[in-house]
Design a protein around this ligand. Sequence first.
Ligand code: FAQ
Length: 335
Amino acid sequence: MYTQALNQAEPETVATEEPGRLARFQERIDAEERIEPNDWMPAAYRRTLIRQISQHAHSEIVGMLPEGNWITRAPSLRRKAALLAKVQDEGGHGLYLYAAAETLGVTREELVDQLLSGAAKYSSIFNYPTLTWADIGAIGWLVDGAAIMNQIPLCRTSYGPYARAMIRICKEESFHQRQGYEIMLTLCRGTPEQKAMAQDALNRWWWPALMMFGPPDSESQHTAQSMRWKIKRFTNDELRQKFVDATVPQGLYLGLTFPDPDLRFDPETGHWRFGAIDWEEFRRVLAGHGPCNRERLEARRRAHAEGAWVREAALANAAKRRQRTAYAAQRIAAE
Ligand code: FAQ
C-alpha cells in the first residue's frame, strides 16, 4: 500500500524533475532554507524522509516495550512514576513523528501496516531483552544518550515538520538520559551485588548502543545523499565517535569497566578509540534474528488488534459529530 501511494505520486514528480528544478531545490537546501510540506521536492527526498521518519516513529513505539516490561517491577513509587512518564513520552514521540511523516503524503495506516507486516525497520537496539532493573538504567543512560547524540542535529534537519518535532523530543530525551544515569549511579554506589548488576547491564548494552548509529560510513547506503540534502548533518561514524567520547568518562565516573579491551584514550586526537564492532550481529538483528524481534512484533500486533475497538469507536464518534454539525447547519439555514 505504501509503495502504491508513492507510485501514485511518481508520474507528476518525475515529469517535473527537470534539472533546473532540482538545482533550485539544492540551492534552497544549501542556503539553509527549510523545506515545507507544500514546497516542491524531489521524489527521492520525499521517499528518504518517509523512510527515516517512519523508522524513527516505529522505534519509539517498539522502544516502549523493553521498558514497559519493568513498570510493574520498578523498585519504588518514585522510580515507577518516572518510568511511566518516560514510556508515555516515547508514545508521544512516536505520534509526533507519524504526524510529521503524514505531511509527506503517506497515511498513518500505511505506516503501521509496514511495521506490523515486518516490512519496515525499527532500531536494532529494541530487539534486546531487559533482564534486570539495571537494564532500565542502562537504556536511559546509553540508549537515550545515543538517541540524543543522533537527534540533536536533526533539530536542524532540512525538512521543517521533522526538525520542529525533534525540538520537543530532544528536550524529553535529555530527561530520560538523566533518569537512566541516576539509576546507574545509585546502583554503583549501592551494595556489591547492585554494582555487579550495573556492570552486567553495561556489558550487554554497550555494543548494541554503538550499533544504533547505523553501519559504518563505508557501508552506509544513504548517508552521502542525506548529507547533501542536509537531512543528516553528521555521518554515522562521526556521531558514534561523539557518543563514545561523551559516554566513556561518564562510565569511568561510575567506576564501571567498558566491555572493550581495545578502548583507549588517544591524546593526539582527543578521542576515545574503540575496538571492532560485530557487524555480523547487527546484520542478524536487522534480518529479524535478534533475541527479541519476534516477541516485539507479536506484542505490537496484539496491541493493534486489541485496540481495534478504540479506533472504531473514535471513527463512529467523529462521524456522529460531523452529522450533528451538518444537521445544526441545516436547521440554521432553514430558520
Ligand atoms: N537499526 O544507509 P544507512 C530512540 C538501516 S529512537 C535498524 O546508514 P540512514 C528513542 C537503515 O534504516 C532510535 N536499522 O541509513 C528511545 C537502512 O535501511 P533501509 C531510532 C538500521 O537512514 C530511546 C540501512 O540500515 N532513531 O532510541 C539501523 O542514512 C529509549 C542502511 O543504513 C532514529 O531513527 C539501526 N540501528 O542512517 C525510545 C533516528 N541503522 O531503510 C525508547 C533517525 C541503520 O535502507 C527508549 N534516523 N539501519 O532499509 C537516523 O538518524 C538514520 O536513519 C540512521 C541510519 C542513523 C538510524
